[in-house]
Design a protein around this ligand. Structure first.
Ligand code: RIB
Ligand code: CA
Length: 330
């Protein structure tokens, strides 16, 4: 990577989270990315833990320069539930990793997002920001409805959420969308209104970029502290938690999709969010029918948002990208 090549401006919205931490490591360390800010939302863990975990990962990467702001502590309407049964009591694997003593930036996350995006809008086209939500989309919905003019600073949104085929939070729904279905629906609607390009990195590809317990152990052995040591511990925690010999880097895959789009296979498809279903609330309904035909009999009509949906991924390629970045091998 030549130093003269233009870095891609990005902002992450996170509910750190073990795999959000994996994504933050990649975003903070890869030389082709310009991490402008990180915003936090309640999800995997309560907001206060999410903020602390996020600051801790950025400190570990030596990226105290990246502003972090706290956003919504709860969904717009849905009763909040967390995922500490997956991510540990502190939300980041209960690793006893040295915790950041820093405070987040003052003000709400959507104000930081607004300021970063309006600054990007005032600059040349290459300054436009790729926003990467890796959590319930409460902050994103609030931003786009409160400050729609900020959308001018966006290149596109690449979000981890939803699925064309499977669920995890329920049989039908993926956690980030299930946690705040209204926010996901508002985000899709606002993006259609505002002409914002969307890429959905959903569960259909989420589990494929995997790192083995042996690779994690080597990271810990060779890099007791620092980003690589933390990376190894995050993967090892998941392997131990689920009694598996490998673990997904999860949210980090969405950052890989920005860095290396050739590793992801997508289709442009209509997507809407189920808000009313008893057993299907929070499902992303990805319409894979052949719309070239005559669908006038469909009482629902086409969804307002037609977006790029990730349907297959080169998991080994993305896992290697993550490992090379966290070890500084790039
Ligand atoms: O369903 C997976 C998503 O939910 C990931 O973003 C994970 O961090 C949790 O937030
Ligand atoms: Ca997450």
């Amino acid at each position: 990577m030549t130093t003269t090549a233009r870095r891609t401006p990005i902002v992450l919205d996170v509910d750190t989270g073990v795999d959000d931490a994996c994504a933050l490591l990649l975003a903070a360390l890869h030389p082709a990315l310009d991490l402008k800010a990180v915003t936090c939302v309640g999800g995997n863990a309560p907001l206060v833990d999410v903020v602390r975990n996020t600051l801790t990962v950025l400190d570990t990467c030596g990226r105290e320069d990246v502003p972090v702001a706290a956003g919504a502590a709860r969904p717009l309407l849905e009763t909040p539930v967390d995922a500490r049964h997956v991510h540990g009591n502190d939300g980041m694997g209960d690793l006893d990793w040295p915790r950041s003593c820093r405070e987040p930036a003052p003000g709400h996350a959507i104000e930081l997002l607004r300021d970063v995006l309006l600054k990007a809008a005032a600059g040349p086209e290459e300054d436009r920001v790729t926003l990467i939500p890796l959590a319930p989309m409460t902050n994103i919905a609030l931003l786009l409805r409160t400050y729609p003019e900020a959308a001018r600073g966006l290149r596109r949104i690449v979000f981890m959420g939803g699925a064309a085929h499977v669920g995890n939070a329920t049989a039908s729904a993926e956690f980030n969308v299930f946690h705040d279905p209204e926010a996901a629906a508002i985000t899709l609607d606002a993006c259609a209104d505002l002409g914002i390009e969307l890429l959905m990195y959903g569960l259909d590809v989420f589990y494929d970029p995997r790192v083995s317990l042996a690779q994690a152990a080597a990271l810990v052995a060779e890099h007791d502290s620092g980003p690589a040591g933390l990376a190894g511990r995050l993967v090892a925690f998941q392997c131990e938690r689920f009694e598996t010999d490998s673990a997904t880097v999860g949210d980090a895959g969405a950052v890989c999709a920005v860095l290396d789009p050739e590793g992801l296979t997508t289709e442009r498809l209509p997507v809407r969010v189920e808000l009313a279903g008893t057993w299907s609330r929070g499902r992303t309904i990805v319409d894979r029918r052949d719309w070239a035909g005559n669908l006038v009999q469909d009482p629902h009509g086409q969804a307002p948002a037609t977006i790029d949906v990730g349907l297959a991924v080169d998991g080994e390629r993305y896992a290697r990208l993550w490992l090379d970045t966290v070890t500084g091998a790039l």
